[in-house]
Ligand binder design. Structure first.
Ligand code: FAD
Length: 405
C-alpha cells in the first residue's frame, strides 16, 4: 500500500509516526511546503517569541524520517488532489499515486482586507519565520499594536509585555476571547492583562494601518489613532482547503465523517483543516495541538483498516504570563455554568452545561479538572451541580465505567 500525507505540520507528522508505530511498512510520503521539518507551533507565541527557546521544536528529529523510511519532501507544494485517479499532483507537475491520502494542510491566519496591511511592520503569526520577524522587529521597538485578542493575540500580548514593550490591543468584543469563553470567563483574561499593563480597547475595529511605507499607527473604526512600531494581526484562522479539489467536499474545512474519512474512497483529513463529524459535538473544526496529534494517531489506525470514530473530548491549553488556561470539550452555547474556586482570583474550574449535560470545562491556574472532565464530556454525563462545585471532589469518581466511554 502507498500512503501520501499532504501537509508537513503536527497532524501530518503525527500520522506518519503512528503509521510506522502501527507496523505499516509500505511506501510513505510526507509532502510539506515549509522548508523546516514538521515542528510545533505553540512556542511561536510563547517561549520562542520571547527568545527563551532558540530553535523550533521538531515533532521528530530530522534523521528520524530517513531511519523510518519516510520520504519527506520539504519545500514542496501539492497543487491538486485527483481523488478519482488516486493521485496527488505536485507543483512542477509530478504525480504521486496513492492507495490512501491523508490531507493535513492546516490553517492560515485570516487577513481581512484592511488598508495598509501590506506595510512593513505589520505581521501575522503562523510559521517560525513569522515569529523570527516579529522578534526582530520587537527588539528595536517600544510599542506594539495588536489587532484581535483571541488566544494568539493574548499570548503575543503577554510575550511582548515580557520583552518590555507597551502593548495596545483593539478587539471588537467586550472582553478577550468572548466568543469562546463568554463574557464572565473572558473577563478573567481581561483582568489578567490589565494587571500586566496591556491597554485593551474593546468594541472597536481596525479601520486602516497608517504609515509612509512602514507601519506608524492603527486607525480604528471609532477614529482612534494608536501609534506603534509594529502591528500584529490575530483575528483567527481559516482552513487551507485548496488541495481538496472538486471531488472532495469542503465546508468550513474538509468534510470528514466520524472516522476522519472524506466521501472520496481512500482520502482522509485531520488536524486544523478537518471539519470532523464528532460523535458528541457534531461537525466541528477545532485548532488544538493535542487534537492534531490524536487525529494523526487515529487516522493511522483507520488507514490500516480500523473503523474507529474519533471521539476524544479534545483538550487545549494557553500560557499567558504565569497563568495557564486549559479547556476541554466544545461548547458554543451553554445555559448553566458551575464554578470551583474563584473567577475573581483567577484560580478556578468552570463547568459549562447545556440542558444539564457537561459540554466543556475551562480552567485557569487550576490543575487537573479540564483533563479529568474529558471522560464525562465524552459520555455526555449529567453531573450534579453540587458535586461539580465541590473543589474537594475528585472528578474521576464521577467517571463512567471504562467500557461505557
Ligand atoms: P499546521 O500546523 O497548520 O500544518 C499544516 C502544514 O501543511 C503547514 O506546514 C502548511 O504550510 C502545509 N501545507 C498546507 N497546504 C499544503 C500543500 N498544498 N502542500 C504542501 N504543504 C501544505 N494549540 C494548542 O492546543 N495550544 C497552544 O498553546 C497553541 N498555541 C499556538 C500558537 C501559535 C502561534 C499557533 C500558530 C498555533 C497554536 N496552537 C496551539 C494550535 C496548534 O499549533 C495547531 O492546532 C496545530 O499546529 C495544527 O496542526 P496541523 O498539522 O493541522 O496544521
Amino acid at each position: 500500500m502507498d500512503v501520501v500525507v499532504v501537509g508537513g505540520g503536527l497532524a501530518g507528522a503525527a500520522a506518519v509516526g503512528a503509521l510506522r508505530a502501527e507496523g505499516f511498512d509500505g511506501c510513505l510520503i510526507l509532502i510539506g511546503d515549509e522548508t523546516l521539518p514538521p515542528y510545533e507551533r505553540p512556542p511561536l507565541s510563547k517561549g520562542y517569541l520571547r527568545g527563551e527557546e532558540t530553535e523550533p521544536h521538531l515533532v521528530h528529529p530530522e534523521p528520524w524520517y530517513a531511519e523510518q523510511d519516510v520520504d519527506l519532501r520539504l519545500g514542496t507544494r501539492a497543487s491538486r488532489l485527483v481523488a478519482s485517479e488516486r493521485v496527488v499532483e505536485l507543483e512542477g507537475g509530478e504525480r504521486v499515486a496513492f492507495d490512501a491520502a491523508i490531507l493535513a494542510t492546516g490553517s492560515r491566519p485570516r487577513r481581512p482586507p484592511i488598508p495598509g496591511l501590506e506595510l512593513e511592520g505589520v505581521f501575522d503569526l503562523r510559521v517560525a519565520g513569522d515569529a523570527d520577524r516579529i522578534k526582530a522587529a520587537a527588539a528595536g521597538s517600544s510599542r506594539a499594536v495588536l489587532i484581535g485578542m483571541g488566544f494568539i493575540g493574548a499570548e503575543v500580548a503577554a510575550s511582548l509585555r515580557h520583552l518590555g514593550l507597551d502593548v495596545s490591543v483593539v478587539e471588537p468584543f467586550s472582553v478577550p476571547l468572548e466568543r469562546v469563553l463568554g463574557p464572565i470567563l473572558g473577563g478573567a483574561i481581561a483582568s489578567l492583562h490589565r494587571d500586566h499593563g496591556v491597554e485593551m480597547i474593546f468594541g472597536d475595529l481596525a479601520e486602516r494601518f497608517d504609515g509612509a511605507g512602514r507601519f506608524e499607527a492603527l486607525v480604528t473604526r471609532a477614529g482612534r489613532r494608536i501609534e506603534g512600531d509594529l502591528a500584529i494581526l490575530g483575528v483567527g484562522v481559516e482552513p487551507v482547503t485548496e488541495i481538496a479539489g472538486p471531488e472532495v467536499e469542503v465546508g468550513n474545512g474538509i468534510v470528514v465523517d466520524e472516522t476522519l474519512r472524506t466521501a472520496a474512497p481512500g482520502v482522509f483529513a485531520i488536524g486544523d483543516v478537518a471539519l470532523h463529524d464528532h460523535p458528541v459535538f457534531g461537525p466541528v473544526r477545532v485548532e488544538h495541538f493535542d487534537k492534531a496529534i490524536k487525529q494523526g494517531e487515529a487516522v493511522a489506525r483507520n488507514v490500516l483498516g480500523a473503523d474507529e470514530p474519533f471521539a476524544d473530548a479534545m483538550w487545549f491549553w494557553s500560557d499567558q504570563y504565569d497563568s495557564e488556561i486549559q479547556m476541554s470539550g466544545y461548547a458554543t452555547a451553554w445555559d448553566d455554568m458551575v464554578v470551583r474556586g474563584s473567577i475573581e482570583e483567577r484560580s478556578f474550574a468552570a463547568f459549562l452545561l447545556q440542558d444539564g449535560v457537561l459540554r466543556s470545562t475551562v480552567t485557569m491556574d487550576w490543575k487537573l479538572d479540564a483533563r479529568r472532565s474529558m471522560p464525562l464530556i465524552a459520555a455526555e454525563a449529567r453531573p450534579e451541580r453540587e458535586l461539580l462545585a465541590d473543589p474537594g471532589l475528585d472528578l474521576r469518581t464521577l467517571h463512567p465505567p471504562k467500557d461505557a466511554t
